[in-house]
Design a protein around this ligand. Structure first.
Ligand SMILES: [Fe+2]
Length: 289
């Protein structure tokens, strides 16, 4: 019997009573999807998954997303390894809040991770609930982003001179990051949109991948994006996820931001990841409110 236990924080729940290494019927997948939409982040502890199992379960929720700047593991076109070695000196990966690949024309609707090696300390993943952040947002701040288009780009991260570009590769990062000139492309997405499945209003992305506001001067835009970021990442909207080995986690990129935490120097960490793609037109429908 599937059991869903909320974290008690701003989002997140643990799902037990389900072996996701075996094919599941449509009603069970639907129950998981409903819990995912309600809690935004689901953790399934004590799962023993091969990469084939991982791909099968993830495919129950959509089609495989593209990984524009990561190499996949040998033997799979979709699985990416998130790795950090005990003695690695490159800066921590993904330490800033973000929504995965929000700079794409068609961002992934969700991201799935399966933990293989987890350090005994540190290495948490932070989440912040963007439906809650928007619901509780002061009207004056909301008015400044209403009907506005945010400009997203990966240039500062994945261009050759970006955070994960040439210099980073020279620092000996163990992850297979493939930087590219393409990262400088810019895509506009509404700040506020209506979640196509839950029908609730939500926010997409934040400072970092958001680099400007369409039709607004850059000084004013950066001030707005920064003020928004401070609101989006307030502690009361957060859930801090603690990992165990052999845990599967899936989150909804349409309703949460996430970030990595360090604190595990001297220990290896390794997870396998797959993103889930969705319908771009549905994903990015601006809110009519
Ligand atoms: Fe991420």
């Amino acid at each position: 019997m599937i059991e869903v236990k909320p974290s008690g924080q701003a989002c997140g729940a643990t799902v037990t009573g389900l072996d996701i290494s075996t094919p599941l019927d449509a009603a069970t997948i639907q129950a998981v999807r409903a819990a995912w939409l309600e809690h935004h982040v689901l953790a399934f502890p004590d799962q023993s998954l091969t990469d084939v199992d991982l791909e099968r379960f993830v495919q129950s929720f959509g089609v495989f997303g593209n990984e524009p700047y990561f190499g996949t593991i040998e033997g799979s076109e979709h699985v990416v390894a998130l790795t950090r070695k005990a003695d690695e000196k490159a800066p921590l990966f993904a330490e800033n809040w973000h929504s995965d690949w929000s700079f794409m024309a068609d961002p992934p609707i969700g991201t799935c991770l399966y933990s293989l090696v987890i350090p005994p300390v540190g290495g948490d993943t932070g989440f912040t609930n963007q439906q809650k952040a928007l619901t509780e947002m002061p009207a004056a701040l909301r008015a400044r982003i209403e009907q506005r288009t945010a400009l997203h780009s990966a240039g500062a991260a994945y261009a050759p001179d970006g955070m994960y570009g040439e210099k980073d590769q020279a620092a000996g990062r163990s992850m297979a990051i493939r930087y590219s000139e393409d990262a400088r492309e810019v895509h506009g997405h509404p700040f506020i949109f209506r979640h196509p499945e839950s029908g609730r209003e939500t926010l997409l992305g934040c400072l970092g991948y958001i680099i400007g506001v369409e039709g607004m001067g850059q000084d004013e835009a950066l001030q707005l994006i920064l003020e928004l970021y401070e609101w989006q990442t307030r502690e009361e909207f957060q859930y801090t996820h603690k990992w165990q080995e052999n845990m599967f986690v899936m989150w909804d990129n349409r309703s949460v931001l996430h970030r990595a935490y360090g604190g595990y120097d001297g220990y290896d960490r390794k997870l396998h990841r797959i993103t889930v793609a969705g319908d771009p037109h549905k994903f990015l429908t601006p809110s009519a409110a």
